[in-house]
Design a protein around this ligand. Structure first.
Ligand SMILES: Nc1ncnc2c1ncn2[C@@H]1O[C@H](COP(=O)(O)OP(=O)(O)OP(=O)(O)O)[C@@H](O)[C@H]1O
Ligand SMILES: [Mg+2]
Length: 250
């Protein structure tokens, strides 16, 4: 079978903040229709890498392509178009504090031009049910626990059924049962609609549930890029250490 074109292609991506080199020549392909997990220690540059995929950060040098489009130097107006195809769950949730849960979750639908109130209400209901929060629609983010905010963010990232889902630590701060349940929901949703997903996580349980492929970042470079089964048989010291430590914090 012919290999499908990658959804994202990174070539020699370099990014520094001041004198701190965070990405030091990262090249990889993110396969279409698969879930790629990004691993690495705290401060390794995982969130920075993820933000390059929807153009929130631009590389100092190198190339980031989404399908055939070079996105590292696109004007904001074109980026906004591309971002309609990408759902993102930020590490800190990034909910709008002045909007209710319902308003937060419906935001991407309104942004993409949908005005049909019934349709919006139905989709919000389904998205909140998915994360077990139907009863919390009227609450404000400030009145929710950290784990609940994370689940609202996931509902918001998924509501448009995007072509691509970017998730930064979707299960951090959740208890193990909820964490597995969220990981299964990500798995089911991405498989159902052939979504391409990139998930940053420290959570070994979630990794095993969602991942088809994995990348491991260390000192600004990828020290592993391969299938999940190869990850578990890798002799790369950073990978071995991560796996034997049980993945680190949830
Ligand atoms: N906007 C920014 N300005 C300056 N430095 C930044 C910025 N964003 C990230 N950094 C730095 O880049 C490095 C990598 O940060 P990043 O958030 O990608 O780490 P991470 O791998 O996601 O870590 P964690 O697992 O703790 O979330 C850190 O040293 C961080 O301080
Ligand atoms: Mg991070």
């Amino acid at each position: 079978m012919e290999k499908e074109a990658a959804f994202f292609t990174l070539h020699e991506v370099r990014k520094s903040f001041g004198t701190r080199v965070v990405l030091d020549g990262v090249s990889c392909e993110i396969e279409r229709g698969k879930t790629t997990v990004v691993l690495g220690g705290s401060g390794a540059g995982k969130s920075v890498l993820l933000k390059h995929l929807n153009g929130l950060l631009q590389p100092d040098s190198g190339s980031v392509k989404m399908e055939e489009t070079e996105i590292s130097d696109l004007p904001e107006s074109r980026l906004l178009e591309l971002r309609k195809r990408i759902g993102i769950l930020f590490q800190d949730g990034a909910l709008f504090d002045s909007m209710s849960v319902e308003e937060n979750v419906s935001f991407p639908l309104l942004e993409s031009g949908i005005r049909d109130r019934k349709r919006i209400a139905d989709q919000v209901e389904r998205a909140l049910e998915m994360v077990g929060l139907s009863g919390e629609r009227a609450k404000m983010p400030g009145d929710l626990s950290g784990g609940m905010r994370k689940r609202v963010s996931l509902a918001r990232a998924m509501i448009t059924k995007p072509d691509c889902l970017l998730c930064d630590e979707p299960t951090a701060g959740l208890d193990p049962v909820l964490s597995d349940s969220i990981a299964h929901q990500i798995r089911d949703l991405t498989q159902e609609s052939d979504m391409t997903a990139v998930v940053v996580t420290h959570d070994l349980g979630a990794l095993k549930i969602v991942a088809d492929r994995a990348l491991f970042l260390q000192d600004g470079e990828l020290v592993f890029d391969g299938d999940l089964k190869d990850l578990f048989s890798s002799s790369e010291p950073a990978v071995v250490e991560f796996l034997s430590a049980g993945g680190g914090r949830g």
